[in-house]
Ligand binder design. Structure first.
Ligand code: SF4
Length: 345
């Protein structure tokens, strides 16, 4: 499998362009079990712990199947990290995709131009031609996958599918070949249709939000503490499949429009709008509480937290904010706080 990887603080990378170019899109994920012995000479001690973990892996050497990496404009930390990648990571092709902060007409045209530049650079580098029809084909395939993920996600709400199992599935979708994924999802959907709820006990129904959460073990830990993630607004979650791309329009314009109209992340403007989607999810899924997780030194989350706290208090929805390190030992240390929250809600 030949892959083009993406380093994305959100989920705004156009996988369909990679697919049309003959690559499998591959989201770079952290590994909370590794030591950080290379990266510290490149970043300050207050660098986001997740982004630092990805850089550590990249400096040590990515999987040889990865032929290039696209960094999509995210937070200040990932934006600046791109410069470090250029200097310290041995990779054949690097491209910075400038996904705009704003979502107006000027931003749309700006993004459209950068998507065209990405296509042109991939074509030059790999000596290929990316056909418009191939992009449309990829859009249709990804739309099928998004619709199926959305359908499967509802089984969390019905207490038939564990939040952790669903999280693993979304991760697989962002790292595996898409035709293969489509078959896996179809099979999973059929299994779920005939499955009974996994518990009679009253698990606490939570909405999980925050920074990128890519370690499924964290969701397993939450389940051990008595929480079921019934919904989320994560990039490895709802933001990946909530909307679909228009199939009957110019494919590049449709991709640009899709990314500028999906549920908003804290790295984009106006970040306060993010609350509206969270409120919608909290009410739709009748959650018992909100869990907001910030990776240590994640500035977008730190800035969001006071506003979220105030707004959820107004709605009288219990809310907990946790800033955490990117390692599994940390989960054990957080046990008491989660146990206290479970008792409270
Ligand atoms: S966790 Fe926060 S600081 Fe780290 S990459 Fe994501 S948005 Fe940026």
């Amino acid at each position: 499998m030949v892959k083009l990887a993406y380093f994305d603080a959100d989920v705004v990378t156009p996988e369909e362009i990679f697919m049309a170019a003959g690559f499998t899109p591959y989201r770079l994920l952290g590994d909370p079990t590794i030591d950080h012995d290379k990266v510290n000479e490149h970043v300050p001690p207050t660098h986001c712990v997740w982004a630092k973990n990805i850089l550590e892996q990249a400096i040590k050497g990515l999987n040889p199947e990865i032929k290039g990496v696209i960094t999509s404009h995210g937070c200040d930390c990932t934006n600046r990290e791109f410069d470090i990648w250029v200097e310290s990571v041995d990779i054949n092709f690097l491209f910075y995709l400038n996904v705009p902060l704003k979502r107006d007409r000027i931003a749309f045209n700006f993004f459209l131009n950068d998507l065209k530049e990405l296509i042109s650079q991939i074509e030059d580098k790999f000596k290929i031609k990316i056909q418009s029809e191939k992009i449309t084909e990829a859009i249709k395939l990804n739309n099928k996958i998004r619709k199926m993920l959305k359908e499967i996600s509802e089984y969390r709400n019905k207490m038939i599918l564990k939040g952790s199992e669903f999280h693993e599935l979304v991760k697989l979708t962002q790292t595996e070949e898409k035709e293969k994924i489509l078959n896996i999802l179809k099979k999973r959907l059929m299994e779920l249709e005939n499955k009974a709820p996994f518990t009679e006990e009253k698990m606490k129904r939570i909405l999980l939000t925050g920074s990128i959460i890519d370690d499924t073990e964290f969701l397993v830990f939450l389940e051990e503490k008595g929480f079921q993630v019934v919904t989320d607004d994560l990039c490895i979650g709802s933001r990946y499949f909530w909307n679909i791309i228009e199939e009957d329009k110019n494919p590049i314009e449709a991709i640009a429009k899709y990314h500028l109209s999906k549920p908003l992340y804290s790295t984009k403007m106006p970040s306060y709008d993010r609350f509206e989607f969270l409120k919608f999810l909290a009410e739709k899924y009748k959650v018992d509480g909100i869990v907001n997780i910030a990776m240590k030194f994640c500035e977008p989350m730190l800035y969001d937290h006071p506003y979220m706290k105030k707004k959820f208090k107004e709605l009288e929805i219990p809310y907990i904010f946790i800033e955490m390190l990117y390692n599994r030992e940390q989960y054990k240390q957080l046990s008491t706080r989660f146990e206290a929250f479970a008792e409270m809600i």
